[in-house]
Design a protein around this ligand. Structure first.
Ligand SMILES: Nc1ncnc2c1ncn2[C@@H]1O[C@H](COP(=O)(O)OP(=O)(O)OP(=O)(O)O)[C@@H](O)[C@H]1O
Ligand SMILES: [Mg+2]
Length: 261
């Protein structure tokens, strides 16, 4: 777009993405720039861009892609409306809005493609269950038992839809705009529903039905295999989370899922 960069602010510690102020026709406009960082590779940049293109075609609430240069691994997107601050007490209306927003994403039937591949778990760049299986991470009886059960079950079938792949409160703004699409792809809606349910369970210590209820109302169909996807999401976490309460909440969420499988 050719404008001079007036300001740069790192959005992940001292790394990208970066919020940049760009001079456009004498006025400073804000954008989010993504490029390679120690934790972000070319494939993640390409996936994020491809996902924003799909989101725009289907009118999904997401940043709009302004420019991309995949040879140089750089993209520019609009600043999403709203903020990613979540209240301390369980925000029921926001959970319902999140469920409805996910239903709009999952209404998009999509076949896998190079930058939007098939996803069988959230945050596909991580595979903590495999790391435990290989002995690269310590495990616990609960995590081992859950992993063995999930491994023994057939993968739920069904049509493949567009999935975000990393639906946690930090990627879902107060206006229900989904940001950070770098692990998007296609898969079962449960990939996103399980992840958000797990994140809410860890954050608030409760697993409310509102997300799935709102998703089902908006979709006009039942959400299937929720305990399976809850367990898959719970298994794709480090053995020990950032504090003992979070680990205990993850374990309680996983136990509840196992009891329904
Ligand atoms: N398009 C956008 N509009 C507004 N804010 C954004 C946008 N993209 C990113 N951000 C802000 O920058 C933060 C970090 O960006 P993003 O989530 O994409 O990358 P990340 O560093 O991988 O985050 P994390 O791993 O913590 O989810 C977001 O939590 C959000 O506050
Ligand atoms: Mg993020």
């Amino acid at each position: 777009m050719g404008g001079a960069i007036r300001s740069v602010q790192a959005l992940h510690d001292d790394q990208g993405p970066w919020r940049v102020g760009v001079d456009v026709g004498g006025r400073e406009r804000q954008f989010v720039l993504r490029s390679l960082t120690p934790r972000i590779d070319a494939a993640l940049i390409a996936t994020g861009a491809a996902a924003l293109e799909v989101a725009e075609v289907y009118g999904v609430r997401a940043p709009r892609l302004v420019a991309k240069d995949l040879d140089r691994c750089v993209t520019l997107e609009t600043v999403a409306s709203g903020n990613t601050n979540w209240p301390r007490t369980l925000p029921v209306a926001r959970l319902r809005a999140a469920g409805a927003a996910l239903a709009r994403v999952h209404a998009i039937r999509l076949e896998p493609s190079p930058h939007l591949p098939s996803r069988t778990r959230p945050i596909a760049v991580d595979d903590f269950a495999r790391d435990r299986r290989l002995g690269n991470l310590p495990t616990t009886p609960l995590l081992r038992q859950a992993d063995e059960l999930i491994q023994s079950l057939p993968q739920p079938q069904g049509e493949t839809v567009f999935v975000h792949g990393d639906v946690w409160p930090g990627n879902l703004t107060s206006t229900c705009t989904l940001i950070d699409w770098k692990t998007a792809g296609v898969g079962n809606p449960g990939v996103d529903l399980g992840e958000l349910r797990k994140q809410i369970a860890i954050t608030y210590g409760a697993t409310p039905q509102h997300i799935v209820d709102a998703w089902e109302s908006a979709s006009g169909r039942p959400a299937t295999d929720i305990p399976y996807w809850d367990a898959v999401a719970a298994l794709n976490t480090p053995t020990t989370l950032y504090n003992p309460e979070a680990t205990a909440r993850r374990d309680a969420f996983l136990r509840a899922a196992l009891s329904q499988l």
